[in-house]
Design a protein around this ligand. Structure first.
Ligand SMILES: [Zn+2]
Length: 281
């Protein structure tokens, strides 16, 4: 699932490629992808792409006429620019923005479910959009005020992924952030001491900053379907922690896995799936 660093890199790298390009036509092969009707998507014909930005896990493609395409790629979507146009049998395309120079800006989604969505609206309405308006402060590039995380008794693992608290972090980067801060996923935010509060906000900033740098220095358009992620703990169950050498542990849920270093994050305690699922409620 793309999270803040992957989306920030996508916005910048694709944005550099297509800014200034003129739209020939725009269509939505994904039947349910468009969640707005006015203005219609085909009104983009003749418009010019101005920039691509990001807010939380949403991308915002802005056009010269003053409209913006707000999109959430959800768990399996991608925004890519292609030199060839999607064929009639392509089942992964959700939105196609065909450019006059022959290229195509494409929102694709792998798998059979159509979850990615997009809305076309006047730029000035983006911040008031019902999804955008509910987002907490962006996790990057600003540093979060310390009290954003510490004024609730929720466990850090669920709190930091709650887009209303802080926008942009999901299951991959929360593992990395908590490892960087040397804190337990189920530590309650209200139990953090002043130093731990500072460690969380620093870890959020530094971890995301490092990931974005990694992508921007290593990736080029066309972007790969799967980003090579610079991960220390997430998806590394059974491997050695690069900092202390302890074995990285994991808690398995039905559709995802939480990873952590027991030596540095839980005082040596191995989290049991049953126990953690209760604690995280
Ligand atoms: Zn460790």
């Amino acid at each position: 699932m793309p999270e803040l660093p992957e989306l920030e890199a996508t916005a910048r790298l694709i944005g550099q490629e297509v800014s200034g390009a003129t739209v020939e036509s725009a269509l939505a092969p994904g039947i349910n992808v468009m969640k707005s009707f006015k203005p219609p998507l085909d009104s983009l014909a003749g418009d010019r792409i101005e920039s691509i930005g990001r807010r939380g896990k949403l991308l915002i493609i802005e056009f010269g006429s003053g409209v913006a395409l707000l999109t959430h790629l959800m768990s399996a979507g991608k925004l890519q620019v292609h030199t060839k146009r999607a064929g009639p049998k392509d089942r992964t395309s959700r939105v196609l923005v065909r450019l006059e120079d022959g290229r195509e800006l494409r929102i694709r989604e792998s798998g059979t479910h159509q979850r990615a969505w997009a809305k076309l609206m006047p730029k000035e309405q983006v911040q008031a959009d019902e999804v955008v308006a509910k987002l907490g402060p962006d996790a990057w590039p600003e540093r979060l005020p310390v009290d954003v995380v510490s004024t609730t008794d929720r466990p850090l693992y669920s709190l930091l992924r709650d887009q209303r608290t802080v926008a942009g972090i999901g299951r991959t980067w929360v593992d990395e952030i908590l490892w960087a801060a040397r804190l337990s996923p189920f530590k309650r935010a209200s139990d953090l001491g002043a130093e731990e509060e500072a460690a969380v906000t620093k870890a959020i900033h530094d971890t995301l900053d490092g990931a974005i740098d990694f992508y921007l220095s290593g990736l080029k358009v066309p972007l790969p379907d799967k980003f090579p992620k610079p991960l220390e703990v997430h998806g590394r169950e059974g491997e050695k922690c690069s900092r202390c050498g302890a074995t990285i542990n994991a808690v398995h849920y039905s559709d995802y896995t939480l990873c952590y270093c027991p030596e540095e994050q839980t005082g040596g305690q191995i989290l049991k799936d049953r126990r953690l699922s209760k604690l995280l409620k």
